[in-house]
Design a protein around this ligand. Structure first.
Ligand SMILES: Nc1ncnc2c1ncn2[C@@H]1O[C@H](COP(=O)(O)OP(=O)(O)OP(=O)(O)O)[C@@H](O)[C@H]1O
Length: 311
């Protein structure tokens, strides 16, 4: 595996009439990495994934996929597979027949194309002969992934692959993607869920209103200390409220009254440390202290809200 980027995008713009879907996007996807695209509804994730799959062409900017510049023609770049807006499947065929049809389009039969193998990889062997019409959303997602795997892609592009998957299904699909990445395949996927991205992706790009507002590892994103809301449960809620109010850098967020057992405070880490020391010195035991939303989720919300409000 050489070090050529799987995706190198610079200054990508894409408009639909007056709507600016992508507004100068830069994106680097390293080989053998799972790269998550996250952003609120309408941020531009699907549009960007569509460009990677050759379903549309950018208005401006440059896009190299697996080291080759993408041209102006609508065509899937070589060795790229995946789907946006759900996998395209034939409901009146079985899972196996769907994959066999795709293999036949490329002049292969089921056996040589590895239909059974990819069905096994995504955990659909038991339902291989059932009609797709009766499949749940999660099963369709798995079959879409199997269809993409059939082509042995070097870049896999998946729009919301965890959509509709139950926890066991999600874990299975995460395992498949991780195994592929370990073998050198690059994966770009979109998600609304920061916990999925954290569990799966080594890199994350956050998009809001068509612009990149963060690109880096999930741990870099979580590490930015930007003031979070914390739930604080103590042995003496009244004293805790008093001390929190008196500590510089601490804001009591919910002011439901002195009798409220759990206090929500907004603080950066140094002020929170100071509050904990003061509580302990005052003989107040800290029974629970945890962010209301995860640091990753909070960073996502802060970055995307900032971008929305500056529109
Ligand atoms: N074919 C199209 N015609 C007109 N507008 C479009 C088209 N495709 C996307 N858009 C607009 O471009 C913007 C970005 O849409 P896109 O679907 O890429 O966002 P997204 O981040 O994938 O959103 P979601 O999370 O809701 O799927 C939106 O304002 C959307 O309405």
């Amino acid at each position: 595996m050489d070090g050529t980027l799987a995706v190198r995008a610079r200054g990508i713009t894409k408009c639909f009439g007056d709507v600016v879907a992508l507004d100068g996007i830069d994106l680097d996807v390293a080989p053998g990495r799972i790269h998550g695209l996250v952003g609120p509804n309408g941020a531009g994730k699907t549009t960007l994934l569509g460009l990677l799959l050759g379903l549309a062409v950018a208005d401006s900017g440059s896009l190299d996929i697996l080291g080759r510049p993408v041209g102006r023609a609508l065509a899937a770049p070589d060795a790229v597979a995946g789907f946006v807006d759900g996998p395209g499947l034939y409901p009146s065929l079985t899972a196996k027949q769907n994959l066999a049809a795709l293999a036949a389009l490329r002049g292969r039969d089921s056996a040589t194309a590895g239909v059974e193998d990819v069905l096994g990889q995504v955990g659909l062997t038991d339902v291989a002969d059932e009609l797709v019409r009766g499949f749940s959303l999660g099963m369709r997602q798995r079959l879409g992934l199997a269809a993409a795997l059939l082509t042995k892609p070097r870049l896999l592009v998946l729009d919301e692959p965890s959509n509709g998957l139950d926890p066991a299904g999600k874990q299975h699909v995460h395992g498949v993607l991780t195994h592929l990445a370990d073998g050198g395949t690059s994966v770009v996927l979109s998600s609304h869920r920061m916990d999925d991205v954290d569990a799966l992706c080594s890199e994350v790009t956050i998009i809001a209103t068509g612009r990149v507002v963060f690109s880096g590892s999930p741990s870099e994103l979580a590490a930015e200390d930007r003031g979070l809301d914390y739930r604080l449960r103590t042995s003496d809620p009244e004293a805790a409220r008093r001390l929190a109010t008196d500590t510089a850098g601490i804001a009591v967020v919910d002011d439901a009254g002195a009798r409220q057992e759990v206090l929500v405070v907004r603080a950066m880490l140094p002020a929170l440390d100071e509050l904990v020391v003061r509580l302990v010195q005052a003989g107040v035991a800290v029974r629970e202290l945890a962010p209301v939303v995860s640091p990753l989720e909070a960073a996502f919300l802060a970055l995307t809200e900032q971008q929305e409000s500056s529109r």
